[in-house]
Design a protein around this ligand. Structure first.
Ligand code: SF4
Length: 390
């Protein structure tokens, strides 16, 4: 459906309300709630009525359900709390600076719902202080680093902030001449598109600060075509009308986005409404995520199969690992080897560097891949284990 054919009257728009306790979900049985309690005690649960309304409760494998409803399997030991060692590139509270021209500002620690596979679930845990509510030290850092021309607002989800707060952040960044692009990492168009439909002031603010020579990019996060509801189409339409560039990035997640038909449908549909699929990420080996991750070789093959079902504009994406050493694109797999290349590198010596490793169909992460003679992978450790959950 073309976005400009979509029009939802305000009266028909369902109000968004948070659901912070699984006890409030009538579709789960008392037994299910009791079994899931230890999971939500460990890894926070958050949803909202709109997003829960997308679930087909008759389907135990419904992808939206899988994305947001906890699963006991999350309690099985697997992965690390900070798989990409983001704390190593934290230069001030709430500021990450890993790649020369890009800085990240972590401006809040919640989202409109929580993805069960979240790679930043540590932010939702008590005692975490990686996020900042005082952006002045971060703004000051960026001001004194003229090489930074891209700032990514992230968290959590910046679009959950009040419009007045977001406006202050955008205004402060726009006073720094060398900051050209402001990116906003958000799953709000999927989790709660009403954020963009019911707040005209938000759209005015975005329009004011997305300038012809210094745009705002909305780094959307759709995982499944079912999230592209008429309301979500309309949210994208409003963003485009405000002069905001919209792209999409998401991880490959078992049972949600690991079907080539589903991937292709998502990327094609996004291309129709003016959203380019930018990155597809290998699932980071984060705690609780064992059942959501798929091995690199399987993920690569599925991405390639999905690409064959896409138009050219829908498949301009890159499939990569967001590793502590940089963004590593998986560019090929044959019967013996996995071929990779640094798309972005934390250290200059790795820029564009090619890596060839022995093929291991059970490997989930670079640290498990043994380099072929003549190529270097200093992160390879024989002892690095990530058991398969299949
Ligand atoms: S939207 Fe991003 S930060 Fe928020 S829960 Fe999902 S993966 Fe985590």
């Amino acid at each position: 459906m073309a976005a400009n054919h979509v029009s939802i009257s305000t009266e028909r728009r369902k109000k968004h309300r948070f659901v912070l306790n699984i006890d409030r979900i009538p579709h789960l049985t008392a037994d299910e709630k009791a079994r899931l309690k230890p999971v939500t005690d460990r890894y926070a649960f958050r949803a909202n009525e709109y997003y829960l309304s997308l679930i087909d409760w008759n389907d135990p494998h419904d992808p939206i359900r899988r994305l947001v409803i906890p699963d006991e399997i999350e309690l099985r030991p697997w992965g690390m709390l900070d798989a990409s060692k983001e704390s190593d590139v934290t230069v001030r509270q709430g500021v990450q600076h890993k790649y020369g021209r890009v800085a990240l500002l972590l401006v809040n620690e919640v989202c409109a719902a929580f993805c069960r596979y979240c790679f930043r679930k540590r932010l939702f845990m008590n005692g975490n202080d990686e996020v900042t509510y005082d952006i002045e030290p971060g703004i000051d850092y960026i001001r004194h680093h003229p090489e930074i021309d891209n700032v990514l607002l992230t968290g959590g989800d910046p679009m959950i902030l009040k419009t007045s707060r977001l406006e202050k952040i955008l205004a402060a960044l726009r006073q720094i001449d060398h900051v050209r692009i402001i990116r906003i990492g958000t799953k709000m168009p999927a989790f709660n598109p009403f954020r963009f439909l019911e707040d005209d002031r938000l759209m005015e603010v975005l329009k004011r600060y997305s300038l012809p020579d210094r745009r705002i990019y909305m780094m959307c996060h759709y995982d499944h075509p079912r999230e592209l509801t008429p309301q979500s189409h309309e949210a994208i339409q409003r963003l485009l009308e405000a002069g905001v560039i919209c792209v999409n990035q998401n991880p490959i997640i078992r049972g949600i986005s690991d079907d080539p038909d589903v991937m292709a449908e998502l990327w094609n549909e996004l291309s129709f409404i003016g959203v380019q699929q930018y990155y597809v990420f290998q699932c980071r080996p984060t705690v609780g995520n064992g059942a959501y991750a798929i091995p690199i070789v399987e993920a690569y093959r599925k991405v390639e199969e999905a690409k064959r079902k896409c138009g050219g504009l829908a498949k301009r994406l890159r499939f990569l690992m967001s590793h502590e050493s940089g963004k590593i694109e998986v560019v090929g797999v044959d019967h013996r080897y996995i071929y990779m290349k640094y798309h972005r590198a934390r250290h200059q010596v790795d820029e564009q560097r090619f890596i060839v490793c022995h093929r291991d169909d059970s490997a989930y992460w670079l640290d498990q891949l043994k380099p072929v003679e003549g190529y270097e992978n200093k992160y390879y450790r024989d002892s690095f284990q990530l058991p398969s959950f299949r």
